[in-house]
Design a protein around this ligand. Sequence first.
Ligand code: AMP
Length: 196
Amino acid sequence: MTARLLIVGPQGSGKGTQGVRIAETFGVPAISTGDVFRAAIKDGTELGARVQSIIEAGNLVPDELTSAVVRERLGQDDAAGGFLLDGYPRNLGQVADLDDFLAARDEGLDAVIELDVPREESIARLTLRAAEQGRTDDTEEVIAKRLSIYETETAPILGVYGERGLVAQIDGVGSLDEITERIVTALIARGLTPLS
Ligand code: AMP
């Protein structure tokens, strides 16, 4: 069976880590737009050159470019049976882009996982990650910018998906295993089946 999933949460909510775990559990590829952009920067591609300064400043890459990257990725064979998107859509324009893409393929989303983490906890986790991984967009100033963009641009997408009855709200505070378990339970309750 297919599973077409989104995971949404503020930076530092653990959505990357949980996204990979959940994708594995349901047998679909985890696709993180942030990872795609970082890989492009690292590899010195044309895409990387276009997005580097935007990402370092903590701003959003333009929708047109981001949605083109996602369409290309979702068109690959391994995403035919489903996917878990991490970090996309990030605003209402991208929601519309994804709607159009899926509608043209006669597909739809099965669930949107919302990871709830208090702001102080997100900041604490991001600061720790900055020290561990040295990500250039994890400085204090850029972290504040990214969290404020999340609140103004990304959080509204949850209202739209909520009206469609797609949002599974998950408490994102706890151990990694506890949080994975909460998400899996919520998805099973929505009729999704994990790989055995
Ligand atoms: P993330 O790893 O999801 O926190 O993404 C890191 C950075 O990549 C973000 O701060 C944005 O600059 C950029 N980015 C990732 N996903 C998107 C998206 N869907 N739309 C625009 N920019 C994005």
